[in-house]
Design a protein around this ligand. Sequence first.
Ligand code: ZN
Length: 257
Amino acid sequence: MRWIVYENEEIIAGTSLRDDGFSSGVFAYGNVAAYVGDDEASVLRNRNALADAVGIPLSRWVYPQITHSDILAEVKRQDQGEGTLSVSLKFQGVDALYTKEKDLVLSVFHADCTPILVYCPKMKIVAAIHAGWPGTIKEIVSKCLDTLIAKENIGVSTLRVYIGPCLCQNHLEIDRPVLDKMKTMSFDVSPFLRYRDPDHADFDMVGCNVHQLVSRGVPMENIVIHPECTYEDPLRFYSYRKEKITGRHVSFIAMKK
Ligand SMILES: [Zn+2]
């Protein structure tokens, strides 16, 4: 399995790609999500192939069951392997995970949504957040940071953040019902909207999540944004918006031993 690699001396993180693996048809090749209709044996082979490529066995990964919620859960050592061989029961409807454990891989599935991977060198904490447009509107990133500041004393100015491949603004048109949902947000979202007409706009989902990070005190220079859009390269990326029935990537982060 090939993957986009983010790495430094303390963490290993990344995003799986679709261009290699054991799935076929609309799920070709590197699908790692079982709930999309793909053959489960192929999904498991892909998960193991990715774990081998990363160098941490699948038994130390955690795959939550994401649902576009704004829920953050802490992962403890006894949770390792959760969701890797069958759907996670413990992390149902959980779209963000964090841990203080080393050599334990947190992951989130996505195909177009924004994967956000966070490392706090001060408190030795990693987090993985899934923020599609619903999670972005629910301000999941702001909520996660607020919780981690209050509960774990993370140093926001020290955070390292990696934003993986997702939809760019040109490929994320939203309509009136979604625009109406945005009225619940705690900040002015208009800088991240480019209107086509009064009821349709292109949404800068990455920009809106970066705003949530920066507004909590994360320095812009600590945020690495992957430049590719999932809609634009069907050989390397799944795009739910483009293909509807398709596979999922996984973005993940772990502290090294
Ligand atoms: Zn695009």
